[in-house]
Design a protein around this ligand. Structure first.
Ligand SMILES: [Zn+2]
Length: 203
């Protein structure tokens, strides 16, 4: 004879009470198992939707005017970026040369940008220029030579004794070592200043 629902509930309640007294309530229930101890943390519900903006922002401000608008990147380069080939060490073709190689050939790059790079043993790549676009080095004119010698003489001449040395004097001393600290210098290392004009007169 099947048990009634009320009798079944009483039976299970008594059985659960017995297990509860023995401390095995949760382990004895195969399904559904109930969590004992701390209650399960509540899962936050979905984020409530933002309140609707005021009605004035929903007005069709650009209605009929946005057909011709395009997206413009203000930081995009005006010209497409170009790259130059990079050759391995000692693998550059013969038509290219570095600035020093051009100068050894008596040529100058004449303002052209580097057309290729070549890897070196150093941290930087060497810049190669087109030999066909290079032009001969302009000769050193007398005016240029005079200006260079004038500038070099200013760096080699002692302001105190007037000797012109064969090396550049330290700018921190503003004079030669002999004038600064009395250290005698090699007489072969400088050109003596010309004697004052007053001593050249015979009488
Ligand atoms: Zn001096």
């Amino acid at each position: 004879m099947p048990m009634s629902a009320t009798a079944k509930a009483h039976y299970y309640a008594a059985h659960a009470q017995t297990l509860r007294e023995h401390g095995a309530m949760n382990a004895s229930r195969p399904w559904p198992r109930r969590r004992i101890g701390r209650p399960r943390p509540t899962v936050p519900g979905p984020i409530p939707a933002a309140p609707a903006p005021p009605a004035r922002y929903l007005e069709p401000v650009m209605a009929g005017q946005d057909e011709d608008l395009v997206d413009v990147d203000p930081y995009a380069p005006a010209e497409p970026e170009t790259t130059i080939p990079v050759f391995k060490l000692l693998c550059a073709p013969s038509g290219y040369a570095t600035k020093r190689q051009l100068r050894a050939m008596g040529l100058r790059r004449s303002g052209q940008e580097p057309v290729a790079e070549v890897e070196t043993r150093g941290p930087k790549n060497g810049l190669l220029y087109d030999i066909a676009k290079a032009r001969p080095v302009r000769p050193l004119t007398l005016a240029k030579e005079y200006a260079l010698d004038k500038a070099t003489a200013a760096r080699q001449t002692c302001g105190t004794c007037g000797r012109r040395y064969f090396f550049v004097l330290p700018t921190s001393l503003k004079s030669c070592l002999e004038c600064h600290g009395g250290t005698p210098v090699d007489p072969a290392g400088y050109i003596a200043p010309p004697a004052p004009a007053a001593h050249r007169l015979a009488a």
